[in-house]
Design a protein around this ligand. Structure first.
Ligand SMILES: O=P(O)(O)OC[C@H]1O[C@H](O)[C@H](O)[C@@H](O)[C@@H]1O
Length: 198
């Protein structure tokens, strides 16, 4: 549990408690974040769970579930665009907030034959981030070549800030599963994803 300290209150003057329940079982990580207003006034906040996913080769990865959606592009003053691609693939820096995204998104790693399935509740937006070569060099906590083997796909609540009255609580849920992919791109059949292709 994280509580706002006196130091925190100088930069963000609202008392809160953040609880994060983490559970790990074979092939599945579950995160349950809860934010409680412990102040005497209402506040609003945005939220993201930043998932740094390990991939074999970023140029062989595709993300499905975000096609046709609107997004804010953090690389061009948060301007709003509509995704035109059938699936998201990567050949340059990307930093986008996809809006009103489905509860289930697939990150398909062709080379490793592994698919991450991201399922979320209470976090309608999805951030997709890879710093690519130039920005990776500028980031002290990322090796120069690490961008090739990572991708951030974050569960987020950004477009519409959450409002909490005193003593109210917000709760989210994220499940991150790995399934071996003989997974066929384009098929987000939950039973097949969860139980595998026979
Ligand atoms: O360093 P972190 O706090 O993990 O943030 C790293 C990145 O995460 C997000 O996905 C943002 O959209 C990026 O603008 C940011 O640079």
């Amino acid at each position: 549990m994280l509580k706002s300290t006196e130091e925190d209150l100088k930069t963000w003057p609202h008392r809160f408690e953040l609880r994060l329940r983490i559970s790990l079982t074979a092939g599945k990580l579950t995160l349950i974040p809860r934010v409680r207003n412990t102040d005497s006034k209402a506040f609003s906040f945005t939220f993201a769970l930043c998932n740094y996913l390990s991939v074999s080769d970023i140029s062989e990865v595709r993300v499905e579930g975000l096609e046709t959606l609107d997004y804010f592009d953090n690389l061009s003053q948060r301007e709003r665009y509509t995704e035109q691609a059938d699936a998201i693939t990567f050949d340059d820096e990307i930093d986008r907030v996809y809006l009103s995204t489905p509860t289930k998104i697939a990150i398909i790693d062709h080379e490793k034959k592994r698919t991450f399935v991201l399922q979320k509740e209470g976090m309608p937006d999805t951030v997709v981030w890879n710093p690519w070569d130039k920005k990776a060099k500028a980031l002290t906590d990322l090796g120069d070549d690490d961008y090739k083997t990572m991708l951030c796909v974050d569960s987020a609540s950004i477009e519409t800030p959450r409002v909490l009255k005193p003593f109210e609580e917000w709760k989210g849920l994220q499940e991150l599963l790995t399934v071996s992919s003989s997974y066929c791109s384009g098929q987000l059949d939950p039973l097949k994803v969860l139980h595998g292709f026979k």
